[in-house]
Design a protein around this ligand. Structure first.
Ligand SMILES: Cc1cc2nc3c(=O)[nH]c(=O)nc-3n(C[C@H](O)[C@H](O)[C@H](O)COP(=O)(O)O)c2cc1C
Length: 241
């Protein structure tokens, strides 16, 4: 079994999101010790934005004509059994390089024709045989609230892949010092649940409801988080322009 982790944090492995993703993968490996996990750190690869030339549809049968790393990632994306999208929330969506990666690997993997799927959604057919349906989104965000904050990203990821499994963590400031020191026990319990989610996902293709519900809880109660967070900033400076 091949698992491909697409790490879209501009901080790469040092980011908060990868703290969760590494725990999830720990669970995956515990459940399936023989699985092969490959990480691609998007900050370290060359991915130009899509130019919209449509050569991948008109001329090259699904290969992008831009000479960078996107096609080698796409080839791994198509062959993996499980894709883990791991990235922070940036202005209610994916960070720009992650979005560029999605554009560059998903669009050339589709055929131009349109059809209605079983739910009445108009789609393009998938270009390759045996499309994997197993995708996981792991994301963190700064606000201590999942609702509203993740709505747009979830809608986008769910329409790309209706079966996508989500692990969304808010109040991510608690994952690192100084807040981590105050909430260590809570954060460690949360990370243990993320690992449990990895185990369950491999064993059952799904995460159990109690674990899902625990993962939805903010790391720190919102009012408490905002009070601590706000106290750590200097409010005196106002730009008068
Ligand atoms: C450019 C930018 C945009 C952000 N947008 C949001 C946002 O829309 N909502 C939110 O709650 N946090 C937002 N954040 C905070 C990050 O999502 C949060 O700090 C995240 O945990 C960082 O993950 P990382 O360490 O893996 O990169 C933003 C941060 C940056 C730098």
């Amino acid at each position: 079994m091949k698992v491909l982790v697409l790490d879209g944090s501009p901080k790469g492995k040092e980011g908060r999101t990868m703290k969760l993703t590494e725990k999830f993968i720990e669970g995956v490996k515990e459940a399936r010790p023989d699985c092969l996990v490959e990480y691609i750190c998007l900050k370290d690869v060359r991915i130009e934005p899509c130019t919209g030339c449509s050569a991948c549809w008109r001329k090259t049968q699904g290969r992008c004509v831009i000479d960078d790393d996107a096609m080698s990632i796409r080839d791994k994306y198509v062959k993996a059994d499980i894709i883990v999208w791991s990235f922070p929330l940036y202005i209610y969506g994916a960070p720009s390089k992650t979005k560029a990666c999605m554009d560059r690997i998903v669009f050339p993997s589709l055929m131009p024709q349109m059809y209605y799927d079983k739910d009445g959604v108009i789609r393009h057919p998938w270009r390759f045989k045996g499309r994997h349906e197993k995708q996981v989104l792991i994301s963190t965000c700064g606000f201590p609230q999942i609702e509203h904050n993740f709505d747009a990203l979830l809608a986008q990821m769910n329409i790309i892949n209706a079966n996508i499994t989500n692990i969304l963590c808010c109040a991510s400031g608690a994952l690192y010092p100084p807040m981590f020191d105050a909430y260590r026990e809570r954060v460690e319990a949360y990370l243990a649940d993320v690992k449990q989610a990895g185990i369950e996902y491999i064993r059952n293709d799904a995460i159990s409801l109690p674990v899902i519900n625990r993962l939805k809880e903010p790391l720190v109660p919102p009012a408490e988080f905002m009070e601590r967070f706000n106290a750590s900033w200097d409010w005196d400076y106002v730009d008068e322009r």
